[in-house]
Every structure is written in structure tokens, then in C-alpha cells.
Design a binder for this molecule. Structure first.
Ligand SMILES: *Cc1c(COP(=O)(O)O)cnc(C)c1O
Length: 194
């Protein structure tokens, strides 16, 4: 991240971070970049910002925002009052329900439970991530595991062919994480027996 910031500064480029998935508390901070000692010039947000309502937003440092004057950044539905009201409600809910804290505590808990699972199942290479954005790096393709979990009511997906993406709800509880880990444990055990 620091190298990217330095390169942008050296060449006069803007550092733009896509915070659609990492933003709005998912990693335990408001934005993912806050885990690093850098300040981006522009960040993007969507999905979680609307809590189910369609919204996309861009935030820029003041000197860049000042260059966006009326007419240079048109959008039919830009500034849509309903979407903006939903965005404000989401931000308030994150604050009032202490969801940054929950993402950190539950994320740490989930990671410790998944680390324990790693000791049992050699197909797990390592666990990585921040807050409630967790990747389970496998040593083999994960498609069968995804299907096995789905059959038992756990929705998880697989990216890059061999990374299970563990991104539970922002209001997840320890009981729910325990349930998910138990299902994953069961599916991995079944896979090893085959
Ligand atoms: C969904 C997604 C987008 C696209 O967001 P739109 O609101 O559909 O434009 C961009 N980046 C990431 C990381 C996403 O997950």
C-alpha cells in the first residue's frame, strides 16, 4: 500500500481504492485502507452502504472533490433521496449497533475457530483476512466443499478456485459462527473419507 502511494505521488497519479467490499465496517474499521498508514485520494463504496437498497458512492479528498463541479459528473439517479436516506440509516446503524466492534470481535473469534479447523484438516493451507472478511486458502479446489456446505444450509463461496470466502453477516453471533464452523468441519471430514 505504501509503495502504491509513493508511486502515485511520484508520477502525479491519483490513488483510487475500491472499498465496495472492504468499506463500511466489514474489516473492523470504517474503511479497509485505515489498516494501513496511507490516505487514498478517492474511494468507492456501494452494496453495504445501502443495506439492500441500490447505491454507489465516491468519496474524494477535498482538493479533488472541488474539481467535480455541476455538469462534470452527471448521473440520472445521483443523489437519489431514497438511496441517500438508506445510506444514512446504514451509517447510523453501524454506529448505534457497534458493528465495527462486532466485526473485529467476531472476526477474531471466527479466525481462531478456523485456525483450529486448519490443525485438523490438511486441505486448509492458511487463513487470512481482516475482521469479517476471511479467506480460507485451500491446497485443492473448493467447489465440492461449497456444494457440501450448501446441502447442509451453509452458504459460502469459492474464489480463485481454491479460496473459500467467509463473509458472514455484520451482526453475526458466536453461536452462528460455531454452527458454520461445525458444518465446514463435517464437510471437510466427509471429503477426506472419500
Ligand atoms: C460489486 C462490486 C463493484 C461494483 O459495484 P456497482 O455498484 O455494481 O458498480 C465494484 N467493486 C467491488 C469490489 C464489488 O464487489
Amino acid at each position: 500500500m505504501q509503495t502504491i502511494r509513493d508511486l502515485c505521488d511520484e508520477y502525479g497519479a491519483l490513488m483510487i481504492l475500491d472499498e465496495v467490499q472492504t468499506g463500511l465496517g466489514r474489516t473492523g474499521r470504517w474503511f479497509g485502507y485505515q489498516h494501513y498508514e496511507v490516505t487514498p485520494d478517492i474511494i468507492t463504496m456501494a452494496k453495504a452502504l445501502g443495506g439492500g437498497t441500490a447505491i454507489g458512492a465516491m468519496m474524494a479528498r477535498p482538493h479533488i472533490a472541488a474539481s467535480l463541479v455541476p455538469g462534470t459528473h452527471a448521473s440520472t439517479f445521483g443523489g437519489n433521496p431514497l438511496a441517500c436516506a438508506a445510506g444514512i440509516a446504514v451509517i447510523e446503524a453501524i454506529e448505534e449497533e457497534h458493528l465495527l466492534e462486532n466485526a473485529k470481535t467476531m472476526g477474531d473469534y471466527a479466525r481462531s475457530r478456523l485456525e483450529a479447523l486448519k490443525e485438523k484438516h490438511p486441505v486448509i493451507d492458511h487463513i487470512r483476512g481482516k475482521g469479517l472478511m476471511i479467506g480460507i486458502q485451500l491446497t485443492a479446489p473448493g467447489a465440492d466443499i461449497v456444494n457440501g456446505c450448501l446441502e447442509k444450509g451453509l452458504r459460502i463461496n469459492c474464489t480463485q478456485g481454491n479460496v473459500l470466502r467467509f463473509m458472514p453477516s455484520m451482526v453475526v453471533t458466536t453461536e452462528e459462527i460455531d454452527l458454520a464452523v461445525a458444518v465446514l468441519d463435517e464437510v471437510l471430514t466427509q471429503g477426506e473419507a472419500q
